[in-house]
Design a binder for this molecule. Structure first.
Ligand code: SF4
Length: 382
C-alpha cells in the first residue's frame, strides 16, 4: 500500500521561517491544477496498477487556497488512475484564515477525513513575528468550525522556540490545544533555515535565535505535559490521542512507497528489497508546468538507493518512532544488518549515556535521546 502527496505551492504571504517551495505571486490556480493532472496521469499509467493507495495528502504551500472544484478535479484524477478503493485517510492542510464552514464542508463532502491546521501559536505577537496571515481569534474560530463540520480527526501544528517567546506562552499554547481536545498535535522547534527572512534577520543581528538549551527544555516540557494529558508521543514531533495517529506520515516512517506530485515534491519507490528510486521535482512553478506540457517529467533530481543506504534510512526513520522503535530482528531479516554485532560498542555507549533504551530486541530513544536523535542515528549508521 502506497501514499500519494500533492504539493500545492501557493501562499498568501511569506512566513519568516519557511523554506518550503511556494509562490505568493499567483493569480489563477487552474493552470497549475491542469499540469498536476498531467503528472498524475503520467504516474498513474506507470504505477497505478502496481500498488493500491492507502493515504492521500494535500500539503504545501497552502492547499486551502485551491477552489473546491479544483480539489474535486484532483480527487477524480487520482481515482481514475490509481486503486483508491482501500484509501484509509485523505488529509488536507488548511490555514486558519481559509477555514470557513462552507470550505470545510466542501472538503468533507469530497472525502477529506483529516485536516492539518497551521495554527503555530494562539498568541498574536508570536503570529505577527512569524508573518502568519491569521491572528489568534481566527485560530480559535477555525478549530470551532472544524468541530462544527464534524471531521473524524484533525491535527494542529504548533511552533516553539520563537525568539523572545516567553516560556509561559508555549505552555499556554499546549494547554489551549489540550483543553480544546485537539486529537493530534505536531510540535516543531523553530529552526533558522538558510535563505529565509529569519536567517537574514539573524545575520543582521535584529533577532537572536532561542538557545539550544532553552529549546531542549521546551521540548522536554512538551513531552511531559502532553503525555500527562492523554497524548501518545508516537513520533519525535507528533502527539496523538489514542486512535488519532497520522497514517500518511507512517507510510514514510515505515519506509513505504509514495509518489509526490507538484513542484518540489519527492517520491520514493522500492523496486526490490535492496533497490529503490528516489526523485524530486523542480522547485519552480513555471518550469514545472512547462516541462509537463512539453511531455517531460518535471524532475530536478533522481537517485538510486542500494541496500546500505536503504538500511541507514530505515534505521533513521524507525528511531523517530518513539513507541515502536527499531526492532533488531526485523532489521536483520529485512535489511541484512545485525546491529548487535556490528555496532555493539556504539549501542552500549548510547545506553550508558541514557540516550537509548533497549528492551528485548527493540531499541527506542529515551526522552534525552529524542533531543539529539540525529547524533544518535549518526553513531549507528554506516
Ligand atoms: S503558509 Fe506554510 S508554506 Fe506558506 S509560507 Fe507560511 S509556512 Fe510556508
Amino acid at each position: 500500500m502506497a501514499g500519494l502527496y500533492l504539493h500545492i505551492p501557493f501562499c498568501t504571504q511569506r512566513c519568516v521561517y519557511c523554506d518550503f517551495y511556494f509562490t505568493t505571486t499567483y493569480r489563477l490556480t487552474r493552470p497549475f491544477v491542469d499540469a498536476l493532472c498531467i503528472e498524475i496521469d503520467a504516474y498513474g499509467r506507470e504505477y497505478g496498477e502496481r500498488e493500491a493507495i492507502e493515504t492521500i495528502y494535500f500539503g504545501g504551500g497552502t492547499p486551502s487556497l485551491l477552489p473546491l472544484d479544483e480539489v474535486a478535479l484532483l480527487m477524480r484524477e487520482i481515482e481514475r488512475h490509481f486503486d483508491t478503493a482501500a484509501v484509509e485517510e485523505v488529509t488536507f492542510e488548511v490555514n486558519p484564515e481559509n477555514a470557513t464552514r462552507d470550505y470545510l464542508t466542501g472538503l468533507r463532502d469530497l472525502g477529506v477525513a483529516r485536516l492539518s491546521l497551521g495554527v503555530q501559536s494562539f498568541f498574536d505577537d508570536d503570529l505577527q513575528f512569524m508573518g502568519r496571515v491569521h491572528d489568534a481569534n481566527e485560530a480559535m474560530r477555525s478549530i470551532e468550525a472544524i468541530e462544527q463540520v464534524g471531521f473524524d480527526t484533525y491535527s494542529v501544528d504548533l511552533i516553539f522556540g520563537i525568539p523572545e517567546q516567553p516560556p509561559e506562552h508555549w505552555m499556554a499554547n499546549l494547554e489551549r490545544a489540550a483543553n480544546l481536545g485537539v486529537p493530534h498535535l505536531s510540535t516543531y522547534g523553530l529552526t533558522v533555515e538558510e535563505r529565509t527572512p529569519l536567517a537574514k534577520m539573524v545575520a543582521r543581528g535584529t533577532v537572536t535565535p532561542t538557545p539550544d538549551e532553552a529549546m531542549g527544555e521546551r521540548f522536554l516540557d512538551t513531552m511531559s505535559y502532553l503525555r500527562q494529558h492523554g497524548y501518545e508521543h508516537y513520533e519525535i514531533s507528533s502527539f496523538a490521542q489514542p486512535g488519532a495517529r497520522s497514517r500518511h506520515n507512517q507510510v514514510y516512517w515505515r519506509h513505504g512507497n509514495y509518489l509526490g506530485f507538484g513542484p518540489s515534491a519527492h517520491s520514493f519507490w522500492r523496486e526490490t528489497p535492496s533497490f529503490a528510486g528516489r526523485w524530486a521535482n523542480v522547485r519552480n512553478l513555471k518550469r514545472y508546468e512547462a516541462l509537463l506540457r512539453q511531455g517531460h517529467r518535471p524532475l530536478e533530481h533522481q537517485e538510486r538507493l542500494g541496500a546500505d543506504t536503504l538500511a541507514d534510512e530505515y534505521l533513521l526513520l524507525r528511531l523517530r518512532l518513539l513507541e515502536d522503535g527499531l526492532n533488531l530482528d526485523v532489521f536483520e531479516a529485512d535489511y541484512g544488518v545485525d546491529l548487535l554485532t556490528e555496532k555493539i560498542s556504539a549501542l552500549a555507549e548510547l545506553e550508558a549515556a541514557g540516550l537509548i533504551h533497549p528492551v528485548a530486541s527493540t531499541v527506542r530513544l529515551t526522552d534525552e535521546g529524542a533531543l539529539v536523535a540525529d547524533a544518535v542515528t549518526a553513531k549507528l549508521i554506516g
